[in-house]
Ligand binder design. Sequence first.
Ligand SMILES: [Zn+2]
Ligand SMILES: [Zn+2]
Length: 159
Amino acid sequence: MNLHTHKLLIQTKKICAQRQVRLTPQRIEVLKLISKQYQKAVSAYDLLHLSRTSSLPHAKPSTIYRALNFLLKQGFIHRIESTNKFMLCQNFLELSHNFIFFICNHCKQVTEQAIKEIEIILQHKAKLTGFNIHNNIIESHGLCLQCTNKLIFSHPLYK
Ligand SMILES: [Zn+2]
Ligand SMILES: [Zn+2]
């Protein structure tokens, strides 16, 4: 277990104790597997496969889904709606947060970025029509900086 995962688990256990919710071994295992895919989103199917080859050899799809639902509800992970994959929340110590996801189509890296300014605009637009926003899911697909540089410089024009 690396330091990042170790720290994450300590924090998660603390939060669960405070909220009086149960962090079962299955839930811990699924969280660990997701955290190992640092900045990458992973599908439920991949998680089932990964858990079967690690410490949950008898995991069933329902085991994974139950763990995912728990982790989502507690805000430890996010579901990327456009790809139906899951990723570790990069800011889960902040109680409520609205983020935009930047998803690289090439290397599949996903990052969370704060969207305070966009939130203000959306709330303003909603108010104009009397609409009440409960939550926003904003996912942007494109290329990350590394991939942009790699792809530009591998273009025949640059050779
Ligand atoms: Zn988050
Ligand atoms: Zn990329």
